[in-house]
Write a protein of this length. Structure first.
Length: 311
């Protein structure tokens, strides 16, 4: 690495310091899922798949500090074959947990709250091949997959990893540069700003000037990636995928909720049996109706309106 850079000002794979590897993007890669996309940068390739369910399918997070629920869940899988290894795949590794959390935190403020988007969304990023920066490729693939599924993402996100070798910063480091270099600086965000960062260093640390330089180079690269992604899908699709369960949300006066539930749940159970819809009563007075067919949603809604307007 040192000799190539000193003599020819190129990296091991022939790129300049800030050059990005070739990109390959495919949306709607899997035909029968709610949303999917493949994002490849060089030899790193990630497939992200979206599944959208009812708001009640949220994940409980119960730890010693607090008890909360997640309506957006991201899982990251890094199988041995992605790095040309043959090994048993027994349990989730620390790497998979950490990278999954990193991607999840990137979208914390980009996916609307459950009060606006009454669904639980799960994304699984499958690393098909890895040669550095697979977590940032997962962010790009996840962003594309969410938009293809029709999730009203506030803004698309992209991520890039920067490296350091003998004082020279490199954009979009590959696996060997990550191993031999002094830094792995992951920066992800949107056109408006940074959403997540992760910094690993092997030296004694980086200076304020180097930090500023990295943030600026990451911003320029992020804009480039977002422009490339927009060539395939510019903004979230206006409607959810046809396979996604449909939802209707409306407010009911608190004194009327008991009429919908009925004695020991008799009324709501009868509604569910007749229409096949799932009816969820929220603590804030909202009623959520879920069904695959729009006409069943309308039928259930009219039946509920008849019940609450009769009394």
């Amino acid at each position: 690495m040192r000799k190539l850079w000193q003599e020819k000002q190129v990296r091991l794979d022939g790129r300049s310091a800030q050059e990005i590897r070739s990109l390959e993007i495919q949306i709607d890669y899997l035909p029968n899922v709610h949303g999917s996309a493949v994002f490849a940068r060089g030899e790193t390739k990630v497939l992200s798949v979206v599944a959208i369910g009812k708001i009640s399918e949220k994940q409980l997070v119960d730890n010693i500090f607090n008890r909360s629920y997640k309506h957006f869940i991201h899982h990251y899988n890094f199988p041995p074959f992605s790095v040309n290894e043959i090994a048993s795949y027994r349990a989730v590794s620390r790497r998979e947990i950490g990278h999954g959390e990193l991607v999840e935190k990137t979208f914390d403020y980009l996916i609307p709250q459950s009060s606006v988007f009454p669904y639980t969304t799960r994304v699984v990023s499958e690393v098909l091949a890895s040669d550095g920066s697979s977590s940032q490729a997962s962010i790009c693939a996840t962003s594309l997959a969410l938009m293809t599924a029709g999730v009203p993402l506030i803004r698309p996100a992209a991520g890039i990893a920067l490296g350091l070798f003998e004082g020279q910063t490199y954009s979009d480091i590959n696996g060997l540069e990550d191993k031999l270099g002094e830094m792995d600086f992951k920066i992800a965000g949107t056109e408006k700003g940074i959403c997540s960062v992760q910094l690993d260093v092997k030296n004694q640390g980086i200076s304020q000037e180097l930090l500023t330089e990295c943030l600026e180079k990451a911003r320029q690269t992020r804009f480039y990636l977002l422009e490339e992604m927009k060539k395939y899908i510019f903004h979230p699709r206006p409607h959810l995928a046809t396979q996604v369960i449909k939802c209707r949300r409306f407010m009911v006066a608190p004194e009327k909720i008991g009429l919908i539930i009925g004695t020991r749940g008799k009324t709501i159970n009868q509604l569910t049996e007749e229409t096949g819809a799932t009816i969820e009563v929220q603590t804030d007075g909202y009623i959520l109706i879920y069904h695959q067919a729009e006409e069943k949603l309308e039928k259930t809604y009219q039946m509920i309106q008849k019940i609450i307007n009769t009394f």
